[in-house]
Design a protein around this ligand. Structure first.
Ligand code: ATP
Length: 323
C-alpha cells in the first residue's frame, strides 16, 4: 500500500475529524500519500479527491462534524457507479481505503472490495452504537453526554411544575443512547426497540409514582421504539392519565453535533492509527473496533450483520434504580 484514501460516509458523528486526523498523520508517518475523499462515496465517483498532509488536519481534533463532509450516495449502490469509483481511484493510484461510517457504509465497502482489489478498512463512526465487534463507536459518547446535559435541564423544569416529561433521543433502531442517557439522568422508564414495552405496566407505574408523590417523572424513549417515538407514547399516556401534566421533548439533531468528548477523541485517534497499521499489515475488509480496551478486527460482512446485545442486567438496573 502506498497511497490511501479516507472518507466519511452516512450520518455524521462527533469525533470523525479526530479519526481523519489520525489516519492522515499515521499515513504520513509511514510515508504513505493520503487523500481526502469529499462527501463519502460520491467523492470517489465525482473525483472530488484532495491530497492531505499533516497540516491539512491541524486544529480539527476538537471539532464536531467532518471536514470531508458526508453524504448518502445512490450511485454507489449500482455496479456502474462502483466501476466509475474504481477507475477514479486507479487513475490516482490509490490502493487502500479507510471508510469512517455506519453499517450502510460498511456494506458498500464490503461489496466494493469484493468486486475490485482495493483493501477497505472500516471505522465505526455513528452515534447509535449499533455495530457489533466494538465496545465503542466514534460519536456515541458525545451524543450521550449531550443528551444527558439536555435531560438534566428538562428535569429542572419538570420538577418545578410536577410535570411528566416524555423525552425522545436518537439511535434509530438501537436503544443505547436511550439506555445510557436514561440511566445517567435517573429516568423512571426507558423505552428501547430491543425490548417490548408493556404499556399497562408503564401506566400503572406512573400512576403509582404519582400517588406516592414521587417528584420528578421522566420517561426516555428511543426514536425507534415500538410505538414510534415520544409523541406516540405521550398520546397513550395522556389518554390513560388525563390529569397528569404530560409534555414531550424531542432532542433531535443537537445530539449529532458539538465538540467530541475526550473518550470519542481517544477512540477515534486509536482507531485511525490502527486503520493505517492494518492496511500496512495487509489486512482487508475489516472493521477496526475496540473490545475490552484492545484493538479488535471484525470482517466487514460480519460487522454489518450482527448488532450488540442489551443484557437483561441493564434492564434490571433501570427498574431497581428508578423505584
Ligand atoms: P449511519 O448509520 O450513521 O446512518 P451509514 O453508513 O449506515 O451511517 P447509510 O446511509 O446506510 O449510512 O450508508 C451510507 C452510504 O453507503 C450509502 O449512501 C451508499 O453510498 C453506501 N452503501 C450503503 N449500503 C450499500 C450497499 N448495499 N451497496 C453499495 N453501497 C452502499
Amino acid at each position: 500500500v502506498t497511497k490511501i484514501g479516507v472518507l466519511t460516509s452516512g450520518g455524521d458523528s462527533p469525533g470523525m475529524n479526530a479519526a481523519i486526523r489520525a489516519v492522515v498523520r499515521t499515513g504520513n508517518y509511514y510515508g504513505l500519500e493520503v487523500f481526502g475523499i469529499m462527501r463519502g462515496y460520491s467523492g470517489i465517483i465525482d473525483n472530488d479527491i484532495v491530497p492531505m498532509h499533516s497540516r491539512s488536519v491541524a486544529n480539527i481534533i476538537q471539532r464536531g462534524g467532518t471536514i470531508l463532509k458526508t453524504a448518502r450516495c445512490k450511485e454507489f449502490f449500482t455496479p456502474e457507479g462502483r466501476l466509475k469509483a474504481y477507475n477514479n481511484l486507479k487513475k490516482l493510484g490509490i490502493d487502500g481505503l479507510v471508510i469512517i461510517g455506519g453499517d450502510g457504509s460498511f456494506r458498500g465497502a464490503d461489496i466494493f472490495s469484493r468486486e475490485f482489489d482495493i483493501p477497505c478498512i472500516g471505522l465505526p463512526g455513528t452515534i447509535d452504537k449499533d455495530i457489533a465487534g466494538t465496545d465503542f463507536t466514534i460519536g456515541f459518547d458525545t451524543a450521550v453526554n449531550t443528551a444527558v446535559e439536555a435531560i438534566d435541564k428538562i428535569r429542572d423544569t419538570a420538577d418545578a411544575h410536577d410535570r411528566l416529561f416524555i423525552i425522545e433521543v436518537m439511535g434509530r433502531d438501537a436503544g443505547y443512547i436511550a439506555l445510557h442517557s436514561g440511566i445517567a439522568t435517573g429516568a423512571e422508564h426507558i423505552l428501547i426497540p430491543e425490548r417490548k414495552t408493556d404499556i399497562e405496566e408503564l401506566v400503572a407505574s406512573l400512576q403509582e409514582k404519582e400517588r406516592r408523590k414521587k417528584l420528578v417523572n421522566m420517561v426516555v424513549v428511543a426514536e425507534g421504539d415500538e410505538f414510534g417515538g415520544a409523541n406516540e407514547v405521550a398520546k397513550v399516556v395522556k389518554e390513560r392519565l388525563p390529569t397528569t401534566d404530560t409534555r414531550v421533548c424531542i432532542l433531535g439533531h443537537i445530539q449529532r453535533g458539538g465538540s467530541p468528548t475526550c473518550l470519542d477523541r481517544l477512540i477515534a485517534s486509536r482507531m485511525g492509527y490502527a486503520a493505517v497499521e492494518s492496511l500496512l499489515e495487509g489486512r482487508h475488509n475489516v472493521m477496526v473496533g475496540i473490545l475490552n480496551n484492545r484493538m479488535h478486527y471484525t470482517l466487514l460482512e460480519r460487522a454489518v450483520k450482527s448488532k450488540q446485545k442489551i443484557s437483561e442486567e441493564w434492564i434490571k438496573i433501570v427498574k431497581i434504580l428508578a423505584s
